[in-house]
Ligand binder design. Structure first.
Ligand code: ADP
Ligand code: TYD
Length: 202
């Protein structure tokens, strides 16, 4: 089973993934977690380029680098694990590409982004996606103490388009569950488990 987490920076993805990993492991499931971009040697090297604030990257190049990192992760790690019936949790997946490179950067028309997403993911689709929804103000508060990477140096209007992208996808894609993430971590965790009960005995 493939579970993905999406949402803007600071929405609580890592916090929720840690809670979910513990819960599923305690229930006896084999769980593997990867972050995007990352999770393989090649993908981590690409991540270093993508987040380096000293580099200027063309928007189409950026799109293709996120996609290249994803292709390697899916081929090298995710597909073999899914074939062994593990539960794979991804901290971001191709919905981030649609939101950031499609809506945010407006690098290419959305239909082309979708085609690239399909290629880069080797046609894998998540069984369920949790979109952790918070406002830009809340995101800024939660991440104010952190150093900004290249992506985070993007303008406010960029982030407004990214949020719009996530909202539009969540409206149209049934697999995407919107989770109001203004609550405490444990309350959000319970809502996530509630949704997952349709897929797994918990
Ligand atoms: P992400 O992985 O989406 O960037 P994190 O899980 O790293 O988000 O959380 C970003 C920051 O917000 C961390 O300091 C974390 O402790 C805090 N945080 C996470 N979830 C919540 C929550 N539900 N309410 C308040 N703060 C939170
Ligand atoms: P990361 O630190 O993993 O995210 P977060 O701040 O949410 O913990 O950084 C990944 C950055 O890359 C983040 O700003 C989102 C961006 N990104 C894209 O622009 N496109 C993509 O396809 C992916 C996977 C991430």
């Amino acid at each position: 089973m493939l579970i993905t987490f999406e949402g803007i920076d600071g929405s609580g993805k890592s916090t929720q993934i840690d809670l979910l990993r513990d819960k599923l492991s305690k229930r006896g499931y084999r769980v593997e977690v990867f972050r995007e971009p990352g999770g393989t040697d090649i993908s981590e090297l690409i991540r270093g380029m993508l987040l380096n604030p000293e580099l200027e990257i063309n928007p189409v190049t950026e799109l293709l680098l996120f996609s290249a990192a994803r292709s390697q992760l899916i081929a090298e790690k995710v597909t073999p694990l899914l074939n062994e019936d593990a539960i794979v949790i991804l901290d971001r997946f191709y919905d981030s590409t649609t939101a950031y490179q499609g809506y945010g950067r407006e690098s290419l028309p959305l239909v082309q982004i979708q085609q690239i997403n399909e290629i880069a993911s080797h046609s894998i689709t998540p069984d369920i996606t949790f979109y952790l929804k918070i406002s830009l103000e809340e995101s800024a508060k939660r991440t104010s103490h952190m150093e900004k990477d290249r992506m985070e140096k993007s303008s406010n209007s960029f982030y407004e388009r990214v949020v719009l992208g996530f909202e539009e996808m969540a409206k149209t894609e049934k697999r995407i569950k919107t989770i109001d993430s203004r609550f405490s971590p444990i309350e959000i965790h319970r809502k996530i488990l509630q949704e997952l009960k349709a897929f797994l005995p918990l």
